[in-house]
Design a protein around this ligand. Structure first.
Ligand code: NAD
Length: 456
């Protein structure tokens, strides 16, 4: 059954139907209209899955995707244009260019934390680049999964975009072992990312891996502490900390630690009140498994704010942990929840050694008022991306590429970079027939001097 569906995609791709500018543009338009049509259903589903508010869902899910669609529609013709490049002396009078070719049939796999955006945003790039696509959402955000299935199946034929449901650990290997995809675009944990990478390697299928990790946040003594506390407060606890680019932990200069904690507590109280369980703006943990894992971290330090939990409601209060040792489990694994360890440091070396326990984070955040310190820190910490005096918001700027490095991922997307991610850059050289110099053909004896002039 599955074999037949996947082969249908291959056939459709090979028919060339997805290649023209007008086809791609039309599909982007259809996707935009479908999202707007399903806006209310998506809000409800995101609320059912994670208790996200409509406002948060707009900014971090629907609105974000729609702005990528608008950008793609506006720039598609230019993105598709072959890029002219110069030709070296030896090959003149040839002309050279780079052609953007669709990869073919792509598989997009998404996690549960931003279940809509992380599935549909890569789809925008895939459509713009002229691919056929298999979509696999996370089974853990089942309400959103159901709405997206309905939306996609109503909008696109299943020989063009196929929506597959089921347990990821079962259906993804089934598909990847039986069918050769031309690209696998995976977002999720590093552990599963490695499994997907191995399966792809068997068939030399290229991958884009958007993985996780511990994104550190450094606060220098010269930072605007009040602003830092507010920005870290919102980005750490938005989606109840279940965000891949959330600040995982804070390294704060000893001299401003108390001030930072004071402002952070004040901000959290303002954002979510002293009863965050009834706050319109505060999300829930996705399931019991994640809840139990997170609740376990509460003993890894001294709770100085929050700390209350309710398993029956999958609720964990926004929590600040003090006195956390660098070798506690909460400092070894990605937290991915509303628990923020705050660790003081004296010297940059000391802070760096803690960051280096988990190298190549997905993002790195530095709060400082001095541009010399900003440069020093940005150079000192290799990371997928970074913010200065901010956290996480860079993800929403579609002019910036997004992706990890090393254990936080391979490849980039968003905006123009999504088009590139789903395109092969085919190098083309075109040579006229009217000039065919003898220097390029044997016998070569005696031509060395001239060849040295032509090839250098
Ligand atoms: P996950 O790895 O458990 O699941 C992600 C997807 O993989 C799901 O669709 C699931 O069905 C599928 N899957 C599960 N087991 C599989 C297997 N054995 N083989 C193939 N596919 C399988 O991840 P998650 O818990 O859903 O997401 C959380 C992680 O994702 C965190 O580490 C977070 O940092 C990361 N993340 C990264 C980004 C990013 O953009 N880099 C964004 C969001 C989340």
């Amino acid at each position: 059954m599955m074999d037949g569906s996947l082969n249908k995609l291959r056939k459709y791709f090979e028919s060339g139907a997805t290649q023209s500018y007008s086809f791609r543009k039309k599909q982007l338009e259809k996707l935009k209209d479908a999202i707007l049509k399903y806006e209310k259903d998506l809000y409800k589903a995101l609320h059912d899955d994670l208790k996200k508010s409509s406002e948060e869902s707009w900014v971090t899910e629907l609105g974000l995707v729609l702005s990528d669609i608008r950008m793609a529609m506006k720039n598609l013709r230019q993105w598709m244009e072959p890029e002219r490049v110069p030709t070296n002396l030896m090959n003149l009078p040839s002309s050279s260019y780079v052609m953007k070719e669709p990869m073919g049939v792509a598989l997009i796999i998404a996690p549960w934390n931003y279940p809509f955006q992380l599935l549909i945003n890569p789809l925008v790039g895939a459509i713009a680049a002229g691919n056929c696509v298999v979509l696999k959402a996370s089974e853990y955000a089942s309400a959103t999964d159901a709405v997206m299935k309905k939306m996609i199946e109503e909008t696109f034929s299943d020989e063009y975009i196929l929506y597959v449901q089921g347990i990821g650990a079962k259906v993804v290997p089934e598909m990847m072992n039986r069918f050769t995809f031309d690209l696998v675009f995976y977002t999720g944990s590093t552990a599963v990312g490695k499994i997907v990478y191995k399966m792809a390697a068997e068939k030399l299928t290229p991958v884009i891996l958007e993985l996780g990790g511990k994104s550190p946040c450094v606060i220098e003594s010269d930072a605007n502490i009040k602003v830092a506390a507010r920005r870290i407060g919102i980005t750490k606890f938005s989606a109840a900390g279940q965000m891949c680019v959330a600040p995982d932990y804070v390294l704060v200069h000893t001299s401003v630690k108390e001030k930072f904690i004071g402002h952070l507590k004040e901000s959290l109280l303002k954002f979510f009140s002293d009863r965050p369980e009834s706050s319109y703006d505060y999300c829930r943990i996705v399931n019991e498994k994640q809840f139990d894992r997170l609740a376990g971290y509460l003993k890894d330090g001294r709770v100085i704010y929050g700390g209350r939990t309710d398993r029956s409601k999958l609720f964990i209060e926004p929590t600040i942990l003090d006195h956390v040792s660098a070798d506690a489990p909460v400092m070894k694994e990605e937290i991915f929840g509303p628990i923020l360890p705050v660790i003081p440091f004296e010297t940059m070396e000391e802070a760096k050694s803690i960051i280096q326990q988990n190298p190549d984070p997905l993002s790195f955040y530095i709060y400082t008022g001095k541009s010399s310190k900003e440069k020093e820190w940005l150079t000192a910490v290799p990371a997928g991306s970074a913010c200065v005096n901010n956290s996480s918001w860079h993800f929403t700027n579609h002019h910036l590429p997004f992706g990890g490095r090393g254990s936080s991922g391979i490849g980039l997307y968003h905006g123009r970079y999504s088009f590139d991610a789903f395109s092969h850059r085919k190098a083309v050289m075109k040579t006229p027939a009217w000039f065919d110099p003898a220097i390029k053909y044997p016998p070569f004896r005696g031509k060395l001097k001239l060849l040295k002039k032509l090839v250098r």
